[in-house]
Design a protein around this ligand. Structure first.
Ligand code: GLU
Length: 297
C-alpha cells in the first residue's frame, strides 16, 4: 500500500511538472501571439526596458504619421480619423503594449525633430531608411519599398528624365528626393555627375541640368506646379499619387528604391520592440496582408 502511495505521489509530481512545462509553453505562445497584435502584451521575462515601460505607464503610444499619403497615413478631413497601413501598424504596436495610440501629423521636414524632442515615440511616415539617417535614428527592417518618380503637367511635354533639362523641380525639405533625381540623371547617362558628392549634396545649390526648390509640405509643391513656379514635382510615387490629377502625368522612369522603416530613438529599448514586431509581421504575412488591403502591391 505504502509503495502504491509513493508511486501515486511520483506520478502526481510528474504530472505536476508536465503541467508546469505546459504552462510555460502557453506563456511563450501568448507572447508570440501578442506579436501578431491579437492579444495583450506579455512582458519579456527580464521585463521591459525603461523607455518601453515609460510608454506603458503613460498608457499612450505617440506616433508621428503622414496625413495625406493614401494607403499609408491618410486623415479624413471631416472625421479626423487616420487610416492606412502605417496607421494599422501603429495601432498594432500599441495593442501589443496594451496602450492607446495618439497620432501626430508629421512632414519630411518635422518628423525627426519631433522624435528627437521626445514629442513622439516613433515615426511611421514613409520614412526612407538611409545610411546617413541610420547614424541618428534606429530603423526597423523595411515594411515597404517604394520608388521615386517625377510628376509634371501634361502640357509641359516632359515625358522622361532627359526632358527635364532646365526644369526647376519642387521637392520637400528633409527628403531624399533631390539627391535621388540627380543620382538617376547620372545612372541614366544624362549628366556625367562631376561635382556630385552624395555626402555633401545640397539641393539648394545644385544647378547642373536641373535645379531644385524646397518646400515645407507637398500641397505647396502641387500649387507651385500648377502655377509653373516649378516645372516638376519629385518624391516617392506613393506620396505623388494624390497630386496626380487629370492634367498631370508621371515621367517614364521610376528610380531610387525607398525602403520604409519605423524610426525610433537610437539605442532605445523601444527600437528592439519595434524590430521584433515588424520582423514577426513580415514572417507571418501580416504586412503582406496590409499591403494587399490597401492596394499597395
Ligand atoms: N520617403 C522619402 C524620404 O524619407 C520622401 C519624403 C517623405 O517621406 O515625405 O525622404
Amino acid at each position: 500500500m505504502k509503495k502504491f502511495l509513493s508511486i501515486a505521489l511520483l506520478v502526481c509530481m510528474c504530472l505536476g511538472l508536465l503541467a508546469g512545462c505546459g504552462s510555460d509553453a502557453a506563456t511563450e505562445t501568448t507572447a508570440a501571439a501578442a506579436g501578431s497584435g491579437e492579444t495583450a502584451a506579455a512582458a519579456p521575462a527580464e521585463g521591459y526596458a525603461e523607455d518601453v515601460q515609460a510608454i506603458i505607464d503613460r498608457g499612450v503610444l505617440r506616433v508621428g504619421v503622414k496625413n495625406a499619403v493614401e494607403g499609408f497615413g491618410f486623415q479624413d478631413t471631416l472625421t479626423g480619423e487616420y487610416s492606412g497601413m502605417e496607421i494599422d501598424l501603429a495601432n498594432m504596436i500599441a495593442e501589443h503594449l496594451g496602450v492607446d495610440v495618439e497620432f501626430t501629423t508629421v512632414t519630411a521636414a518635422t518628423r525627426s525633430e519631433l522624435l528627437d524632442s521626445g514629442d513622439i515615440d516613433c515615426v511611421l511616415a514613409t520614412f526612407t531608411i538611409t545610411e546617413e539617417r541610420k547614424q541618428s535614428w534606429d530603423f526597423t527592417t523595411p515594411y515597404y519599398t517604394d520608388h521615386v518618380t517625377v510628376l509634371v503637367e501634361k502640357d509641359s511635354g516632359i515625358t522622361s528624365l532627359a526632358d527635364l533639362e532646365g526644369a526647376v523641380i519642387g521637392v520637400s525639405s528633409g527628403s531624399t528626393s533631390a539627391k535621388s533625381v540627380v543620382q538617376a540623371l547620372i545612372d541614366n547617362g544624362i549628366i556625367d555627375g562631376e561635382g556630385f558628392d552624395p555626402d555633401t549634396f545640397d539641393p539648394a545649390t545644385w544647378t547642373e541640368f536641373v535645379s531644385f526648390r524646397q518646400y515645407e509640405d507637398y500641397p505647396a509643391i502641387s500649387t507651385a506646379l500648377s502655377a509653373n513656379e516649378v516645372q516638376a514635382f519629385s518624391v516617392d510615387k506613393s506620396i505623388l499619387a494624390i497630386y496626380n490629377t487629370d492634367s498631370r502625368t508621371y515621367i517614364e522612369e521610376e528610380f531610387a528604391p525607398q525602403e520604409y522603416g519605423i524610426a525610433t530613438t537610437k539605442g532605445s529599448g523601444f527600437s528592439a520592440v519595434c524590430e521584433e514586431l515588424v520582423t514577426g509581421w513580415l514572417e507571418d504575412g501580416t504586412i503582406n496582408g496590409l499591403i494587399e488591403t490597401y492596394g499597395l502591391g
